[in-house]
Design a protein around this ligand. Sequence first.
Ligand code: SF4
Ligand code: SF4
Length: 452
Amino acid sequence: MNQEFRATHEEVSKCNRCGFCQAHCPIFDITRDERSVARGHNVHVRKLLEGDLEINEDFKDPLFECLLCRSCVSNCFPAVQTDRNVIAGRAEYLKKVGQPGAMRFLFHQLLPDHAELARYVKLAALGKNSGMGALARAMGILQWFGQDLDEAEGIIESLPTSFFRERVDGLNLEPARADATVGYFVGCGFNFVLPHVSEDTVDVLVHAGARVRIADNCCCGLPAYGHGDLEAARRMARKNVEALERLDAELIVTECGSCSAFLKEYPALFEDEPAMRGRAERLSKRVRGFSEFLTGRLPESGDVPGPSGRVTYHDPCHLSRYQGVVREPRALLQRVSTLTYVELPDADRCCGAAGSYNVLHYEQSMKVLERKMESVKRTGADLLTTECPGCLIQLGYGVRRAGLDVRVAHLSQVLREAYLGRRPRDVERPGGDGGAWSEGNAGGGLGDLWSY
Ligand code: SF4
Ligand code: SF4
């Protein structure tokens, strides 16, 4: 048993089998199957480490169906790190069984190279947006995802024809008066699917006095890590540590809750490499989530016309449970004088996006999402906000499916509206913006179902 295994064995052994986690697991709530809940995962992973478990579908399916949402961890008296144990189990599974070649290509060739990935996503976008789903499948991007592909494809309505990195030239990165220089970490979800949100984010950072430097980063590595491919995750982490060390910026900011969480967790990837661990630790101290960075930087809004109505907020798991960032986004929304903030029941319950979980496990994910939509209905909100691209896409799909008259927006879009008086940019208007709230279009705001 190597050191990594010993640490996991110690962790799974902390589980006292009390079963308290059952009441808090979104997947157990659906399956009522002991193999789906933290207690079951810990028993399985322990047996696996002890060589007392046959690797088969009975083990694999529940293991890969865990959302890694950490709801169990937050509600476990010995605080067993079940999400980490599940990932260790997945890593062991991949070691024994291997992973599909396409998955390996994604994690080892495409995600570590944003330019190469851009070429592939562009081809997939061409297929999807012209109705040629077959082309996207042939390119091997969308076909990596599960059996419910036809329905899962509907989660993302369309892919943009230009990405954030191609739009940077049209942005102002220098505030009139700067009091900080920040490196903007470009998350894959925003770069490739929601580039207009990134543009709005940069505007808000500049408005808040940040000189913005665009990082030459690759994927943070979380998709590979979550899948159990630790080798690929380490490779991307190493590349990013090097790229972010080169960047002339005090802080690294991203509006993707998953990226900021994983960047902060890089040191744990290098337990056996003290020098690399030290560099990762120095980096993790420079990382801030979007709302975390903005806290204390924005006054009460009110100088420009902006959005009005009832606003609520969904906590991305990687922001709230992984980083403890809960108060910050709410405080920012409560400073928007034209909005009334209402709390979302079970706001920190996973929405079912969980990276690519909604595509890989479509049916389970939709059941989790339906519960979230019931909570949204109860608030009577016109505007549903969050701080993660996966959640944003999933919640947008949820309101479309449920036929709710609720606009879904990233926190940065709402703050740009509130402080700059500009409506959100449209996905296909690179360099442009949605226009001023005062240009006779404010009435079309919150009632619209905003589409990606
Ligand atoms: S994971 Fe925690 S809450 Fe669940 S059975 Fe084990 S000790 Fe109890
Ligand atoms: S991480 Fe979430 S989905 Fe996985 S066992 Fe824990 S509560 Fe359930």
